[in-house]
Design a protein around this ligand. Sequence first.
Ligand SMILES: Nc1ncnc2c1ncn2[C@@H]1O[C@H](COP(=O)(O)OP(=O)(O)O)[C@@H](O)[C@H]1O
Ligand SMILES: [Mg+2]
Length: 385
Amino acid sequence: MKIAILSRGKNLYSTKRLVEACKEKGHQASVLNTLEFEIHVEKKNPNLFYQNKPIKNFDAIIPRIGASITAFGTAVVRQFEQMGVFCLNTSQAITVSRDKLRAVQILSRHHVGIPLTEFVKQRGGIMPAIERVGEPPVIIKLLEGTQGIGVILADSKKMAEAIVETLQSTKQQVLIQKFVKESKGTDIRALVVGGKVIAAMRRSASGDEFRSNVHRGGSIQAVDLPEEFQTTAVHAAQILGLKVAGVDMLESNDGPMLMEVNSSPGLEGIEKATGVDIAGAIIDYMEEEVMFPEIDIRQRLTLKNGYGVAEIPIGPKSELVGKTIVDSGLRDRDVNVLSIIRESITIPNPRKDREITSGDILICFGKLETLKTLIPPKKRTRTRK
Ligand SMILES: Nc1ncnc2c1ncn2[C@@H]1O[C@H](COP(=O)(O)OP(=O)(O)O)[C@@H](O)[C@H]1O
Ligand SMILES: [Mg+2]
């Protein structure tokens, strides 16, 4: 494979390790500075220049997009996607995971623990939001901070309110979040590659610091990750659409609580702490997947009017409970079951003798007229006060 690594530093540990791993496995690697691309948008001819020369034919790219260049960096990745090049993480997934609010919003409807989080715009909404989050101290967090910068612990409600007001007055967007006390300045970083946790470490803050980031002086140690944490990490990466992710979780009394998911996780700390060849695992994974660059099924499947994708929750009273897919008659009514979500597992392409059970969610593609009859009427949900 010809692999391009989009990175602003040839000498960064992670970049060097990825180049090494490519070479070891017989691939060609080029490190290209993300900022030196020119994006060429033309009908039927999406293209890219690098330092004003047309780029070579790459089979795959590994984006390592820093937080300060998210917009341009993801535009470059998006262009590679239009050109049909396999991108290890897609522009969409990078964008979503970079924004801490977006990420927890999307995760919140799934089986993934997250700390209670509020986001408000109006001044009058700040104090009530702080109160909904619970007893102080509370966490105030910049939407796009990194390395622990922009995460503040406010000791009192008044202090929290003042911090939020101050940051908002300088046009900063902030989250108000429940402080997970019992994690005591530690968190878990799980490295997910292609749907598996391949390495994990615990980071511990130094002294009375509550942020465990290595950049804030945190120390690291390899951990054997309990099943529940592995499932949460894999599930979160999958929901956000990341093939490679550094998933950060707090160890709360209620199990894993996901804080953020990094699309360009640093490899140095975790490779050194665990001895796992993560760069090698990433390249192995790319060898398997390179034939499958991202396609957006919605762009392709719903071109025909009257067809679409829908999520069908199966309640205990559904007529489909206890029937197999073939007996459900869905296919005869022009509906295909693409997958079944059962608890936190997904059964892709379920076979026709697979039985539908209460609590399942069927992801279906088909005639909207039929799908309409299968979707139960919406229950009214109330926000907890
Ligand atoms: N809700 C929380 N409760 C307890 N500790 C937290 C919470 N949110 C963040 N922290 C601590 O602060 C650190 C940095 O927060 P994080 O959201 O990961 O921001 P960054 O992107 O700057 O790393 C975390 O690694 C964790 O140690
Ligand atoms: Mg973090």
